[in-house]
Write a protein that binds this ligand. Structure first.
Ligand code: ADP
Ligand code: ADP
Ligand code: ZN
Length: 213
């Protein structure tokens, strides 16, 4: 099963993608996580991506597509995957569609986690991410057992630089201009499903399971 998560930054794509990956035994593929891991390791890719990420802009398609196609061609992705944060532009979606078509394959579901902008800014301010393993928490909704410390690995929890309000506003603008058109794109392909992302996390997940079966 090949699944795409759509939705604004902070809508809960990553949270739901992890739950889906666990329940259905699929790898969770997040381009944001791949970029952040490279930034942390100081690779050439990381240095290049950081220039865009810090401003809330998208990393250029050419670079992003190369990373993603490389990732999904690995053996663990052969039975499917959950894509979180990719595609984010129509050209990215077209490249993915073409790569799959060459294998006689296609996306099964594009799940749009729908959350209005007003909720997003509030949510992002509360998001905390582990610098070591990338796990995500929320100060109100998903607090760690000990403040500032990752439950899973004991790493330090930080507010991501790009989750500060000014950058979030920029990312929302970029989302509406470049990513939202994908909702229409996948609607036309007949694979779009919309869930109300303002519900409790577990209710959002239930709605998704009802779709995936
Ligand atoms: P969020 O989960 O909050 O939406 P991500 O972790 O997915 O954020 O992405 C963080 C940043 O990484 C984006 O703002 C962008 O700069 C870059 N990025 C991630 N995925 C893509 C993509 N598919 N295309 C271009 N840039 C991307
Ligand atoms: P995305 O991957 O779309 O950027 P995340 O999954 O990282 O979004 O979620 C953004 C923030 O909101 C995180 O701090 C997360 O813990 C929190 N969150 C996720 N889903 C919900 C929900 N249904 N209700 C409240 N907070 C949520
Ligand atoms: Zn951690």
């Amino acid at each position: 099963m090949k699944i795409i998560m759509l939705g604004a930054p902070g809508a809960g794509k990553g949270t739901q993608a992890k739950l889906i990956a666990e329940k259905y035994g699929l790898p969770h593929v997040s381009t944001g996580d791949i970029f952040r891991a490279n930034v942390k390791e100081g690779t050439q890719l990381g240095l290049e991506a950081k220039k865009y990420m810090d401003q809330g802009l998208l990393v250029p398609d050419e670079l992003t597509v190369r990373i993603l196609l490389d990732r999904v061609s690995r053996p663990d992705c052969s039975a499917g995957y959950v894509l979180d944060g990719f595609p984010r532009t129509i050209p990215q979606a077209q490249v993915l569609e073409k790569a799959l078509a060459e294998l006689g394959d296609q996306i099964d579901f594009a799940i749009d986690v729908d959350v209005p902008d007003e909720n997003i800014v509030r949510r992002m301010g509360g998001r905390r991410a582990c610098v070591t393993c990338g796990a995500t928490y929320h100060m109100e909704h998903v607090p760690p057992r000990t403040e500032g410390i990752c439950d899973t690995c004991g790493g330090e929890l930080i507010l991501r630089e790009d989750d500060k309000p000014d950058t979030v506003k920029n990312r929302l603008k970029v989302y509406h201009e470049q990513t939202q058109p994908l909702i229409d794109f996948y609607q036309k392909k007949g694979v779009l499903r919309v869930v109300d992302g303002t519900m409790d996390m577990k209710d959002v997940f239930e709605a998704i399971v009802a779709i995936l079966g």
